[in-house]
Design a protein around this ligand. Structure first.
Ligand code: TXA
Ligand code: MG
Length: 349
């Protein structure tokens, strides 16, 4: 099977057709979405879904998102679509919003890690939509990285982690961070399970009662394998695992801590510094990895920067203000720093 299908922008028909047929026959295909690249399999085929988990080295208790190309396809996987979910769908689909809804029996438990709910989203990327439509089946797809690595925002990142995989190349992704995951129970208000490309503030404009992510446990920072204790009810199951590991030490500073970041960088002269262009003047230019200018740029460039092959003993990151998309960016950076969303390990901690 492993063939390398490379396309830019629009998928040529012959390639789209063969990728769709690979999916239908139970194989894996990586494809671009507007957030990050996904590693897809037929969501209704338990054996195909098991291949995703094996390829990624993903823990079996971390469910994957099912991608659909129409509302009719949504009804094939979700048993109930509450009114609040419909409002969110009207406002944000196709787009980077994933809804956790009661599942239908047709969805294998391998997809949902045994949960009675299924996470569903309709991606906006034309290559993704086209692939799902042609396959004619809902497509289960986690981010196309090996478990624990930063999510892929280019086809080259996917090939780095999976040299033999079929990858549809749609160029660099638009948002650069994953979808926002929202649980919509049959009764009670929706709740954000994972921060993502759509800020909580934007969701609340459509569903004012929507709850933000659960506060993270104070001292309950987890070990790298996710075995540590947490307090409170679970968020998205995947959130307890180590994520986005850049392969070297990462020290994160708040946007407001530029002086501390400068002092730290001075004391660690071989460290690379990831920061916005406006903060770059505080650091030696040859050590700076640019995250761009706006917060949207930082979101788009973040995972590629975490994968940088440039020489450096460790990474120092100057963060962004914690509002809107900035909250998502800081969430990813805290996890990359080694926390599971608990306060990051910093300054020798
Ligand atoms: O943007 C995205 O969401 C990308 C692209 C490929 O669509 N996908 C992605 O998938 O980030 P993944 O597998 O890396 O993250 C899925 C998240 C995990 O945190 C998982 O725990 C959560 O969604 N999730 C999946 N099913 C769930 C369920 N039934 N209940 C609660 N959380 C669920
Ligand atoms: Mg992922």
């Amino acid at each position: 099977m492993p063939q390398s299908l490379t396309v830019r922008g629009k998928t040529p028909t012959s390639i789209a057709t063969s990728a769709a047929s690979l999916l239908r026959r139970g194989n894996l295909v990586a494809f671009p979405t507007e957030t990050v690249y996904g590693l897809g399999a037929n969501a209704l085929d338990a054996a195909a879904v098991a291949r995703i988990f094996r390829a990624k080295g993903r823990p079996a208790d971390n469910p994957v998102i099912v991608h659909v190309s129409s509302r009719r396809m949504l009804r094939r996987v979700a048993r109930v679509v509450p009114a609040a979910a419909l409002k969110l769908i009207d406002a944000f689909w196709p787009g980077p919003l994933t809804l956790v809804l009661p599942k239908r029996a047709a969805v294998p438990l391998a997809v949902t890690a045994g949960l009675p709910t299924v996470a569903v989203r309709m991606p906006a990327h034309p290559v993704a939509l086209d692939l799902i439509r042609r396959a004619g089946v809902p497509v289960a797809a986690p981010s196309a990285n090996r478990s624990g690595r930063p999510s892929p925002t280019t086809a080259a990142h996917v090939r780095e982690d999976f040299p033999n995989l079929t990858v549809l190349d749609g160029g660099p992704t638009e948002h650069g961070v994953e979808s926002t995951v929202v649980a919509v129970p049959v009764s009670g208000p929706p709740r954000v399970l994972r921060l993502g490309a759509i800020p909580v503030e934007a969701l609340r404009r459509v569903v004012p009662g929507l709850l933000g992510p659960r506060r993270r446990s104070g001292g309950g920072e987890e070990s790298a394998d996710g075995a540590g204790a947490r307090s409170g009810a679970p968020e998205s199951p995947g959130i307890k695992y180590r994520h986005y590991a850049p392969g070297r030490r990462l020290t994160l500073f708040e946007a407001s801590e530029i002086d501390a970041a400068r002092a730290y960088a001075a004391a660690h002269p071989r460290a690379l510094v990831l920061c916005r262009d406006r903060d770059a003047r505080h650091f030696p230019p040859e050590r700076v990895v640019s995250l761009g200018q706006t917060v949207a740029d930082v979101a788009r460039n973040l995972f590629a920067a975490l994968r940088t092959r440039r020489k450096g003993s460790e990474l120092v990151v100057v963060g962004v203000a914690r509002r809107g998309l900035g909250r998502t960016v800081m969430d990813r950076l805290e996890r990359a720093a080694g926390g599971s969303g608990a306060p990051p390990k910093r300054r020798g901690g």
